[in-house]
Design a protein around this ligand. Structure first.
Ligand code: GLN
Length: 374
């Protein structure tokens, strides 16, 4: 017999389903992800801290989990909601089931949910707070708990996911039957400010030949002053960008001194540091098929995305140019400073999971850093 579980929302709605992964109770903001594959990369993306992820794709778990498709050392989502979960899996790289993996990581999942109805609700209401419980509580109790979930903008989530100490990253590209290739990047040195960086960002930078040093946010300022890296990279990460004051200060200090690239949270930080404002989107962008237009070339890239906040285009000063927009809702997807070597994208050029259209951005950045380091 499958163990029963409940998913309750702050608006009073609840869904009954069954438990997989860890048993117990969890809470967070619900967001939906439209990727058809890549649940392991999604689960381990540190930007999902504080959030319960609902998959729109209906069958999850059928290829198990493996030792390689990790975006960080563990499962980061607060909870996982699916229509149908597969306890039996089949894939040559798989080492265990999704159920075992979530159990090991202590993360609560719920299956048997009408995810189409749930996604419609999130689209109408916007991001919504919720609770998953396997504890046999009444729907009324569960709804009450959902209403007590704190707003994500009140939480300090970065400290839960960023590194405590600096380290050198050596993993490069993945090759069939070899796995990830070790690289010893020499130059340029890129200091990655870790707000919850995804491994594939580090792999992309290393693959382009950079020496990648990952630094905790609170040490980044002193590190950049002392070690003089050739470029600064601001990573993705969870929570509200307005809370990341050390990041904003860092960009203001080093703008024009060394090249800077920001991705996702890093992009929002760059926007704030250059004088813009950020706001919360109704239900964010989470998926692998968002069309983004490069306004200079007119080219459209199909991108992977995971964000709830965005830069307000009207808030940007005249020295900052909007370089990319999202073709679904015309929100800002990329900015650059017109004179200084600073650029940033809201989407995820490292993909993972997602299409590889935007890999060229890492080369452009490493080339910029090479020139700066000469
Ligand atoms: N992937 C990210 O870096 C997310 C950035 C930010 N936490 C947001 O939700 O918008």
């Amino acid at each position: 017999m499958k163990k029963k579980a409940i998913l309750a929302l702050e608006d009073g709605t609840y869904f009954l389903g069954y438990s997989f992964g860890a048993e117990g109770e969890t809470q967070g903001e619900l967001v939906f992800n439209t990727s058809m594959t890549g649940y392991q990369e999604i689960l381990t993306d540190p930007s999902y801290r504080g959030q319960i992820v609902v998959m729109t794709y209906t069958q999850i778990g059928n290829y198990g989990v493996n030792e390689e498709d990790l975006e960080s050392g563990k499962v980061q989502v607060n909870g996982f909601v699916v229509k149908e979960v597969f306890f039996r899996y089949s894939n040559w790289r798989a080492t265990k089931s999704l159920d075992e993996y979530l159990k090991e990581n202590g993360v609560v999942g719920i299956a048997g949910i009408d995810t189409r109805a749930l996604v419609k609700k999130i689209r109408e209401h916007g991001v919504i707070r919720g609770v998953i419980s396997t504890n046999n509580i009444t729907p009324e109790e569960a709804v009450k708990k959902a209403r007590q979930v704190p707003d994500i903008s009140e939480l300090d989530l970065i400290q839960e996911v960023s590194t405590r100490e600096s380290y050198l990253w050596k993993q490069g590209e993945w090759r069939l039957s070899e796995g990830y290739i070790e690289t010893e990047g020499e130059k340029p040195t890129v200091a990655v400010v870790d707000f919850g960086v995804k491994f594939n960002i580090l792999r992309r930078l290393a693959s382009e030949g950079a020496k990648v040093v990952v630094v905790p946010p609170e040490e980044a300022f002193d590190f950049a002053k002392k070690e003089r890296p050739d470029a600064l990279f601001l990573s993705n990460g969870p929570g509200d960008p307005q809370r990341v004051v050390e990041g904003i200060r860092l960009v203001r200090e080093f703008a024009g001194k060394i090249p800077i690239l920001g991705i996702c949270l890093g992009c929002q930080i760059v926007g704030l540091a250059l004088g813009g404002r950020t706001y919360k989107l109704k239900f964010g962008h989470h998926g692998g098929n968002h069309p983004v237009k490069d306004l200079k070339t007119g080219k459209v890239e199909i991108t992977a995305q995971n964000h709830n906040f965005a830069i307000d285009p009207d808030s940007l000063p005249s020295e900052v140019e909007i370089t990319h927009i999202n073709l679904l809702d015309e929100t800002v997807e990329g900015i650059r400073h017109k004179e200084l070597p600073i650029f940033a994208v809201q989407y995820h050029p490292e993909n993972s999971p997602g299409p590889h259209d935007s890999y060229y951005l890492f080369k452009a950045f490493v080339d910029m850093a090479k020139r700066a380091g000469q």
